[in-house]
Design a protein around this ligand. Structure first.
Ligand SMILES: Cc1cc2nc3c(=O)[nH]c(=O)nc-3n(C[C@H](O)[C@H](O)[C@H](O)COP(=O)(O)OP(=O)(O)OC[C@H]3O[C@@H](n4cnc5c(N)ncnc54)[C@H](O)[C@@H]3O)c2cc1C
Length: 386
């Protein structure tokens, strides 16, 4: 049996590790665009701040792959997939046949200002090194300019603050998180940012003329946090169903036999909230790596997890649990208030509690996770219990 895994991030590497455990005599190949052994993206901000040395971001050493008898092809891209004849073509021209294939290719930052040297993206270790170089070569009147309000924008807020760099953040709506938060919680976030000394530039459209104008500010470092996207062009002829991600059922199987997906790239059927979801967090990517390996091996296993993502923006503790999409929800309930210094936003669909966003209300986390897992209704009783 030859298992081929495209993408050596946490989803792909966890799957490889689990497959080796389940199937000791199998052939396992990881095709990885990046040169490095698996590392933690979560630790990159800590490395930039100097809190941990560079070598501490790595989760495995190079010799781990050979010790596990995993053929680790680093620095090569999968450029074409033939699902009829079951082989992958690589950027170096090689063709790799598979019996079972996992696509765990994550995502790439959406870009702006492609040709400017003082622009930073934050996805890879190389990006972190580049950001450190920008920091080290900055002049005294350097400003931090953040574009967007995704998770990475939050990382930039913390990073610029850590280095005492005056910061402005530009985003599309009236509020930093108006797309996911109701009015009062989003006002809470805006107020928190302003109190922390951040300048907010609202209702910004990132047009070409805007970009051109901005580039004149040579002493600024631009941190781009407008979300991630994925290149699916190499899958065009594969017949794999793709929407906002690679579509999969609850077993992380795509519509093509023997082809599976996991991690940030997967748009999987979530049996708890009863719809297809893309997750984009470490916990989910790792758990999917484990479950997909079971399924590739032949142990049918449903992926079932209420995942969460905790972050801290300049002292404001934020936790996202489950399916927080406001667009596909039909009910939002709030607990707490700006005055109380903490707000929990519960998200419901068709009467079911499907997700929550907690601002300075960490104590609600375990309880809400349990209620989402139990598919509880968005009833008055539940709110009373929280
Ligand atoms: C700075 C930062 C901080 C974060 N902090 C948190 C946090 O605090 N908590 C949290 O839950 N999540 C956090 N995340 C998100 C989390 O890191 C991701 O959800 C997780 O890493 C996704 O793992 P993955 O394996 O699905 O994808 P990835 O880690 O993106 O791995 C995919 C790999 O596939 C490679 N690849 C892509 N296309 C090809 C191809 N065609 N051929 C070969 N290889 C290919 C890519 O280069 C990449 O190495 C953070 C992310 C970043 C960038």
């Amino acid at each position: 049996m030859h298992y081929v895994i495209i993408g050596g991030g946490i989803a792909g590497t966890t799957a490889a590790e689990e497959l080796r455990r389940l199937d000791p005599s199998s052939e396992i190949t990881i095709i990885s665009e990046e040169q490095h052994p698996i590392y933690s993206r979560v630790l990159l901000p800590h490395y930039i701040k100097g809190k941990i040395p560079r070598e501490r971001v790595f989760l495995k050493k190079e010799n781990w792959y050979s010790e596990q008898n995993i053929d680790w092809m680093a620095g090569v891209l999968a450029v074409h997939l033939d699902t009829k004849n079951k082989f992958v073509t690589l950027s170096n021209g090689r063709e790799i046949e598979y019996d079972k294939l996992l696509i765990a290719t994550g995502g790439e930052p959406r870009t702006l200002f492609e040709n400017s040297h003082n622009v930073s993206y934050l996805r890879s270790l190389g990006d972190a090194d580049n950001f450190l170089e920008l920091l080290n070569s900055r002049d005294n009147n350097c400003n931090g300019e953040i574009f967007g309000s995704g998770f990475i924008a939050c990382e930039y807020l913390n990073l610029f603050a850590h280095f005492n760099i005056p910061t402005r953040v530009s985003f599309r709506g009236e509020h930093f998180w108006s797309r996911i938060l109701d009015r009062e919680p989003s006002e809470f976030v805006n107020q928190h940012l302003e109190k922390s000394g951040i300048t907010l530039r609202k209702n910004v459209l990132f047009s070409d003329s805007f970009v051109e104008e901005e580039l004149k500010y040579k002493s600024s470092i631009f941190g781009i946090g407008i979300g991630i996207e994925t290149d699916f062009s190499w899958l065009k002829e594969s017949g794999i169903e793709i929407k906002s991600g690679i579509r999969a059922n609850e077993f992380l199987e795509t519509n093509i036999p023997d082809v599976y997906t996991a991690g940030d790239v997967a748009e999987f059927f979530d049996v708890i909230v009863n719809r297809h979801l893309k997750m984009g967090n470490w916990m989910s990517a790792m758990a999917q790596g484990r479950v997909v390996a079971q399924n590739m091996f032949g142990n049918k296993t449903v992926f079932e997890l209420v995942s969460s993502y905790a972050t801290n923006i300049l002292g404001l503790e934020v936790i996202f649990i489950g399916d927080v999409s406001k667009e596909v929800s039909d009910e939002v309930r709030l607990f707490g208030s700006i005055k109380e210094g903490g707000i929990t936003q519960l998200v419901g669909r068709k009467g079911q509690l499907v997700g929550a966003i907690l601002l300075n209300r960490n104590t609600d986390r375990a309880r809400i996770t349990e209620e989402i897992c139990n598919k509880s209704g968005l009833s008055v009783d539940i709110f009373a219990k929280i």
